[in-house]
Design a protein around this ligand. Structure first.
Ligand SMILES: [Fe+2]
Ligand SMILES: [Fe+2]
Length: 440
């Protein structure tokens, strides 16, 4: 992976020169190569033709700090995005609060502190990967609703979290854009490595950027970490992750469940609790409080009712469940086979296998605790009332999809860690990696 402070990242540069065809992109100062050659003069407009000249050199300063874009993203523009998100999502508006609370929330967005260079980066992100701005603001508003319940008087932390939310995925600009387009296909090891690096790249870019507080870069680094060590890029654990970074990670996870009627907020708490230890109790409590408020305001029921195809009497969800159980069964078979083949294996491979085994046990325990395995036989569903049935259906749906994603995540972790193994052991491990990555 390139060091963003010295080498020009090819993906970033490609995005930048593409944008120059639509927007005025200029050098705000002379740009020198590490060997002292002036590559671009101050005030020069960047154009497509400059790609080759710039990409072949190391630069004295990161290119990001020498670039202006005609119309960078401003906090005022983000406030408008926040307004439209709140208009279109009753649950989000309810969680943020009403009237004066809503105004003060929008005030926090409008007073976000980041400089023009950072605003240019946001502009580039939105121009090349559309909807990224919406996503950043959504994560910020969800983080705000958690902070309101967890640390209501800590304005400083809220201000930091808001800015970190806007920039949390900025590292995506520095990885192959094809990875964003092909998300429905399982990633191979090299693709995962790139994808999993985006928080670290975002951190490297932001920590050198003027107008961005260094703490923001730290929070961005933590936005996919989990307290049980199952996250990325560093697999940090409880005690190594800041509470603000953890709240950002939770807000990022919850953002899927807000404003998307196919995955209502009712899913959120189940999703966070599915594997105990991933998320803190205090944050799960805050999400439970959010759910209760939405339930009391009847917003939650409206969301559940809006989920298309959620027919409580239908048994089609059992297909999803049996697909998941088949996958778990196949995974257990592959594990058993691997164990018998790896008696003479390296300590590294044995460690990976034992970690995978433990994780699989946690996943199967999680399924049992929801009663999903019994429901497959129709036991629970046969006894439930219509309203309960709907709730049970929701929980089963989310359990199936969340468990599936945890298994895909395990395959990612194995792919990342197998780089330390000898090639023959990587080959030995590959059936496990493949079965975990398979779609249900
Ligand atoms: Fe994100
Ligand atoms: Fe991310």
């Amino acid at each position: 992976m390139q060091d963003a402070s010295a080498l020009v990242n090819t993906h970033y540069l490609r995005h930048l020169v593409s944008l120059s065809a639509e927007e005025e992109v200029k050098a705000t100062e002379d740009v020198f190569s590490a060997s002292g050659v002036k590559l671009i003069g101050k005030g020069t407009r960047i154009s497509e033709g400059m790609y080759e000249r710039i990409v072949s050199h190391k630069l004295i300063r990161p290119l990001e700090s020498s670039i202006s874009i005609g119309d960078p993203v401003t906090p005022q523009a983000l406030k408008l995005t926040a307004e439209s998100l709140l208009d279109s999502s009753p649950s989000l508006a309810r969680l943020i609060g009403q009237s004066s609370n809503l105004d003060s929330a929008l005030g926090v967005v409008k007073s976000a502190q980041f400089g023009e260079q950072a605003g240019a980066l946001l502009k580039l992100h939105e121009a090349r990967l559309p909807a990224s701005l919406n996503h950043g603001v959504l994560v910020g508003l969800v983080a705000m609703s958690l902070m309101k319940r967890m640390r209501p008087t800590d304005r400083g932390a809220l201000d930091r979290l808001i800015v970190a939310s806007f920039f949390h995925d900025i590292g995506e600009l520095y990885i192959d854009p094809a990875l964003h387009r092909n998300r429905s296909n399982p990633f191979n090891a090299e693709e995962w490595q790139q994808m999993a690096a985006h928080p670290a790249i975002g951190h490297a870019v932001l920590k050198n950027m003027s107008g961005i507080a260094p703490i923001i870069a730290e929070l961005v680094l933590e936005h996919h970490e989990r307290l049980d060590g199952g996250g990325y890029p560093h697999g940090r654990r409880k005690g190594e992750i800041s509470e603000e970074g953890h709240i950002l990670a939770v807000a990022e996870t919850l953002s899927r469940f807000i404003g998307d009627s196919s995955e209502p907020f009712a899913y959120a708490e189940v999703a966070l609790k599915i594997i105990p230890g991933e998320f803190s109790h205090s944050v799960i409590d805050a999400v439970a409080a959010c759910r209760e408020e939405l339930r009391a305001a009847r917003v939650l029921q409206e969301e559940i009712d809006a989920v298309e195809g959620l027919d409580p009497s239908s048994t089609d969800f059992q297909v999803g469940m049996s697909g998941l159980f088949t996958k778990i069964g196949q995974t257990c078979d592959v594990m058993a086979q691997l164990e018998s083949q790896s008696k003479e294996a390296s300590a590294g491979l044995k460690h990976l296998l034992s970690e995978s085994q433990q994780y699989l046990q946690r996943v199967t325990r999680a399924i049992s605790s929801t009663g999903l395995d019994q429901a497959l036989n129709g036991v629970t569903l046969g006894e439930a009332s219509e309203a309960d049935l709907l709730q049970i259906r929701l929980e089963f749906d989310v359990t199936v999809s969340e468990v599936h994603w945890r298994l895909v995540e395990l395959s990612r972790r194995l792919m990342q860690q197998q780089t330390k193994l000898a090639p023959e052991e990587v080959a030995l491990l590959s059936p496990l990696v493949n079965v975990l990555a398979k779609r249900v």
